[in-house]
Write a protein that binds this ligand. Structure first.
Ligand code: S3P
Length: 164
């Protein structure tokens, strides 16, 4: 069973902070987006283009179910994983860290990494809508919430570790 699950919108730092937290706790790190790409044999943008978002969400639900059951460490989910009610139910038994971020900083961080199929058109407006729609879902599953805006990874990692 996953020790700590990281959720939050795109650009909140789930992979970066999840990896640093795992190192600080001396446990393995796993990223569900990477599991999905491995299982499909292609990158996530290609899954969206070739097979559509519905198919991606089905792969995601299964990848989360498996990772939560198998992984004994820190687990980062994709930003939309909480859309699935089955996933939110699974997370009720986990320690869930919700990483928050301001819209402006999320836009800046996601501009650097272009591999997000949902943010190809009108990234700022899309990100704002996704964040508004999903905030209640992140809140529903969170054990701890922490704002990452303007903060360093080491500082955030120390605070999360102290609050676990
Ligand atoms: C998605 C976020 C992505 C990835 C996929 C869909 C979303 O992960 O799972 O592109 O619906 O917000 P990140 O949150 O790591 O960008």
């Amino acid at each position: 069973m996953a020790l700590v699950v990281i959720v939050g919108p795109p650009g909140s730092g789930k992979t970066t902070i999840g990896r640093a937290l795992a190192a600080a706790l001396d446990v393995p790190f796993r990223d569900v987006d990477a599991d999905i790409a491995d299982a499909a044999g292609k990158p996530i943008p290609d899954i969206f283009v070739d097979d559509g978002e519905e198919h991606f969400r089905a792969l995601e639900r299964e990848a989360v179910r498996r990772a939560v059951a198998e992984h004994d460490g820190v687990l980062a989910l994709g930003g939309g994983a909480v859309l699935a009610e089955s996933t939110r139910k699974l997370l009720a038994d986990c320690t869930v860290v919700h990483l928050r971020v301001d819209l402006g900083e999320a836009v800046k961080r996601t501009e650097i990494d272009k591999g997000r199929p949902l943010l190809q058109v009108n990234p700022r407006a899309t990100l704002r809508r996704l964040m508004d729609e999903r905030l209640p879902l992140y809140r529903e599953v969170e054990t701890i919430a922490i704002d990452t805006t303007g903060r360093e990874v080491d500082d955030l990692t120390d605070e999360i570790k102290a609050r676990l």
